[in-house]
Write a protein that binds this ligand. Structure first.
Ligand SMILES: NC(=O)c1ccc[n+]([C@@H]2O[C@H](COP(=O)([O-])OP(=O)(O)OC[C@H]3O[C@@H](n4cnc5c(N)ncnc54)[C@H](O)[C@@H]3O)[C@@H](O)[C@H]2O)c1
Length: 276
C-alpha cells in the first residue's frame, strides 16, 4: 500500500507504546483512525494527540481477547467509517515464568490476548478488505517469534504462532491486493514489561529490577518503531524487523537455528529474567 492518505486504519492496543505511536503516525500520514484498547484513559490520550495534530480518529473500548467484542467492533467500523483498509493487530501482553511454574491461567491470558486477539482481528476485518478489493493486515509478533528465550514459553508460543498464521495468510492472499506483514520488534521502550504478569512469588524488588533491566536493554523508541512499521506498510514488506537487535536476531536464527541460546543467556539475566 504505497499511499496511506484517506485510508481507514484500525490499530489495537493503541493506548500505549508501539500502538499509540503508530496510530499517531498513520493519522499524520492522512489515515482515518479507528483505535482500540482496554485502557480507556490511555486511549483518550492517544486520540487527543491525534486530534491536536489535525488527524481524524474514533475510539472503541474493546478487549481483543473477546471474540464477540472484536466482531462487534468490526461491524461498528464498517458502519462508522465504511470498513477498514489497514488493520494493525498490535495489542499484547507478556508473561515471565519457567514452564514448570507457568500456570494455565497465565498461559491462557497471554494466548487469548496475543494470539487469539490477532486471529479475531484478522478474521473479523478480512471480509471488509475483500469487499474493497485491497488492504493490508499487519500482525505484531516479536523477535521472540523468531527465537525462544527461557521464561518466555507462553509469549514465545503466541509470537511464533502469530508468525505462522500470518505467513500462511500471506500465501493464501498472494494473488490479491490484500497485503500481509508480520512485525518483529526488538527491544522497544514501552510499558510491556511494566504490565507483564510475573509469578506470584516474584518480589516487588525483582519486578522493578526486571522493568529497569528491560528499560536499559530496549534501545528503540516507540516513535522509531512506528516509522519502521509505516515504511514496511508502504513497501509491502512481508517481514518488518524493528531495530538493530531484531536484525541481528534474524541473522543469528538463520545461522545457528538450534544454537542461538548462548547469545541471549547473559542478556536475559541482565534484564532480571530468571534463567536458572
Ligand atoms: N516493547 C517491546 O520491546 C516489544 C518487543 C516485541 C514485540 N512487542 C509487541 O508489541 C506489541 C505492543 O506492545 P508495546 O511494547 O507497545 O506494549 P505496551 O504495554 O506499551 O502496549 C500494549 C497495549 O496493549 C493493550 N492491551 C493489553 N491487553 C489488551 C486487550 N485484552 N485488549 C486490547 N488491548 C489490550 C494495553 O492496554 C496497551 O495499551 C505487543 O504485541 C508486544 O508483544 C513489543
Amino acid at each position: 500500500m504505497t499511499s496511506i492518505a484517506g485510508k481507514v486504519a484500525v490499530v489495537t492496543g493503541a493506548a500505549s507504546g508501539i500502538g499509540r505511536a503508530t496510530a499517531c503516525l498513520l493519522a499524520a500520514e492522512g489515515a482515518r483512525l479507528a483505535i482500540t484498547d482496554v485502557d480507556r484513559a490511555g486511549l483518550e490520550k492517544t486520540a487527543e494527540t491525534i486530534r491536536a495534530a489535525g488527524g481524524q480518529v474514533t475510539t472503541y473500548l474493546v478487549d481483543v481477547a473477546n471474540k464477540d467484542a472484536v466482531y462487534g467492533f468490526a461491524d461498528q467500523v464498517a458502519a462508522d467509517m465504511g470498513g477498514a483498509d489497514i488493520v494493525l493487530n498490535n495489542a499484547g501482553v507478556a508473561q515471565m515464568a519457567r514452564v514448570e511454574d507457568l500456570t494455565y491461567d497465565d498461559f491462557e491470558w497471554v494466548m487469548n490476548i496475543d494470539f487469539w486477539g490477532m486471529v479475531y482481528g484478522t478474521k473479523a476485518f478480512l471480509p471488509q478488505m475483500q469487499a474493497k478489493g485491497a488492504g493490508h493486515v499487519i500482525n505484531v509478533s516479536s523477535i521472540f517469534g523468531l527465537i525462544a528465550v527461557p521464561t518466555q514459553a507462553a509469549y514465545n508460543s503466541a509470537k511464533f504462532a502469530i508468525r505462522g498464521f500470518t505467513e500462511a495468510l500471506r500465501l493464501e492472499l498472494k494473488d490479491t491486493d490484500i497485503n500481509v506483514s508480520s512485525v518483529h520488534p526488538g527491544g522497544i521502550k514501552t510499558n510491556i514489561v511494566r504490565n507483564a504478569r510475573f509469578l506470584q512469588s516474584t518480589s516487588v524488588g525483582e519486578r522493578e529490577e526486571a522493568v529497569s533491566g528491560f528499560d536499559k536493554l530496549a534501545r528503540t523508541t516507540p516513535e522509531k518503531a512506528a516509522m519502521t512499521i509505516v515504511k514496511g506498510i508502504k513497501k509491502n514488506k512481508p517481514r518488518i524487523l524493528i531495530g538493530f537487535d531484531a536484525r541481528l536476531v534474524d541473522w543469528v536464527q538463520r545461522l545457528l537455528p538450534t544454537r542461538y541460546g548462548f547469545m541471549f543467556k547473559g542478556q536475559a539475566e541482565d534484564s532480571g529474567f530468571k534463567l536458572d
